[in-house]
Design a protein around this ligand. Structure first.
Ligand SMILES: [Zn+2]
Length: 253
């Protein structure tokens, strides 16, 4: 849920945003953990249905600055995230890519742009950001693109619709890291999460294309939840199969 919506809801309900935020008291505001080598996963939270919901982003340290994939979902954590990166690595974030138009992926564009970070999304994502009044990246790419920052190489890949019609993944060939964003659910996810804008019919095909293109990732990073298991992609396929069965059964009634 976008923060402004939470704030509006809080105002309508006559309670303060702080009351809602207190539901996250048991959770840290910002977690940063090393994935491997120069790769780090950061997690921030938003309160949804009175529960703290985590969202993952990633950053990679290069000899020419830090590359970030998606920003903090909790906008109050964007500055602490940059501060923490600078304190730990003595480097600035130079480039960020948002992997689809929802606010957990696009919400940091304006903040990062003001900080001098080059923000990117696909053209499709930019168009959807405009349509749904989300933050917009400064730059866009029109097709799958390979980036080079210092010695780091990575590529964007659009395998098809799934969680949204614009969701892309990012592949780091040397470290074999597949950053899946919300196209991939965590291995411990019990459902498909927010499927309001999803294409449930094509999602499995999209994932199979992804498997073919990157058959042996060493790490798979989902948009939300646990990121320690390479079963995440297969588990997402299982969740989609189960969802399809449930919908078929409901349809028969
Ligand atoms: Zn998401």
């Amino acid at each position: 849920m976008p923060t402004r919506m939470i704030k509006t809801m809080a105002l309508l309900l006559g309670i303060s945003a702080t009351t809602l935020a207190s539901a996250t008291e048991n959770k840290p505001a910002l977690e940063i953990k090393q994935l491997t080598g120069d790769f780090y996963i950061f997690t921030t939270y938003q309160v949804y249905n009175n529960q703290p919901v985590p969202a993952n982003g990633m950053y990679v340290v290069t000899d020419k600055g830090v590359v970030m994939l998606d920003g903090a979902w909790d906008p109050t954590q964007n500055q602490p995230l940059l501060d923490s990166i600078e304190a730990r690595h003595h480097k600035k974030v130079v480039l960020e890519i948002g992997t689809h138009y929802h606010s957990d992926r696009s919400g940091a564009f304006d903040f990062l742009r003001k900080k001098g970070v080059k923000t990117y999304s696909s053209l499709k994502t930019l168009e959807l950001c405009k349509e749904f009044k989300e933050h917009e990246a400064e730059f866009y790419f029109t097709k799958d693109t390979t980036f080079h920052v210092g010695k780091l190489e990575f590529e964007t890949y659009y395998a098809g619709p799934g969680h949204t019609k614009d969701n892309i993944v990012i592949w780091f060939p040397k470290a074999k890291v597949l950053y899946g964003g919300c196209l991939i659910k965590s291995a411990d996810a019990t459902d498909l999460g927010n499927v309001q804008d999803a294409n449930l019919k094509q999602w499995p095909e999209t994932l199979k294309k992804l498997q073919q293109r990157f058959p042996e990732p060493a790490y798979i990073i989902p948009g939300h939840g646990d990121w320690s298991s390479r079963r995440a992609l297969i588990h997402t396929l299982e969740l989609l199969q189960r969802d399809k069965r449930n919908r078929n059964e409901t349809g028969k009634k």
